[in-house]
Design a protein around this ligand. Structure first.
Ligand code: TYD
Length: 201
């Protein structure tokens, strides 16, 4: 049995999750917990190369190919980084994980959601987050936070991000025990306090 705790941070680009994951990491470390702050795609090693392709390749990428690259990164990340850390009793904080593939490639790109779920299961071989936060904000606000310089994924357009947002909210509706939606229009401090409260529970 894993001894650690696995917490994932999800939401559309510009939702503020990266700020919040850092704040929770600092909070937990200050309390004396051992943590690992990591991300998908591209935590380290081979993943960094996959991230480079996924975010910057400027030729055609089919949605299926895109899914398999995110899943390949995930399989490597889970086997080589996340599971070993959990075995050591570490609290693993992961910036994006399986729900991003359901929301972006499933709802966003329009691939079969059930198929993505099955592929996710294969990629993580039995691992499931103990807790997931979805940072929710309207698309106009999140897009304005992303700024003018957009990577390949961020350039997908407003309608794409409306579908991604809907995807995350449906995931949360289907799994209310695991997935907590946080209104990300609040102040950074208010959001952090809510995150801490839910982690303590
Ligand atoms: P992220 O690291 O959050 O981007 P940033 O560096 O801008 O904060 O995520 C990279 C992008 O990849 C983001 O647009 C979401 C997308 N993504 C997917 O489409 N599917 C996935 O399975 C994952 C993990 C990310």
């Amino acid at each position: 049995m894993d001894k650690g705790l696995f917490i994932t941070f999800e939401g559309a680009d510009g939702c503020g999750k990266t700020t919040q994951i850092k704040l929770l990491d600092e909070y937990l470390r200050a309390k004396g917990y051992k943590t690992l702050l990591t991300r998908e795609p591209g935590a380290k090693g081979l993943g960094v190369k996959l991230r480079e392709i996924l975010l910057n390749y400027d030729g055609e990428v089919s949605p299926q190919c895109e899914s398999f690259l995110f899943l390949a990164d995930r399989a490597q990340h889970v086997d080589c980084i996340i599971k070993p850390a959990l075995k050591e009793g570490v609290i693993v904080l992961c910036d994006r994980h399986t729900d991003s593939t359901v929301a972006y490639q499933g709802y966003g790109r329009g691939l079969d959601i059930e198929q993505i779920r099955k592929l996710n299961e294969i990629a993580v071989s039995g691992l499931k987050p103990d807790l997931t936060f979805v940072f929710d904000v309207d698309v106009e606000t999140s897009q304005s936070r992303v700024g003018a310089e957009k990577d390949r994924m961020e350039s997908a357009g407003i309608e794409f991000f409306e579908r991604v947002r809907k995807g995350f909210l449906e995931i949360a509706k289907n799994e209310p025990e695991r997935v907590k939606v946080i209104d990300s229009t609040q102040t950074i401090e208010a959001i952090h306090n809510k995150v801490v409260e839910l982690v303590q529970k």
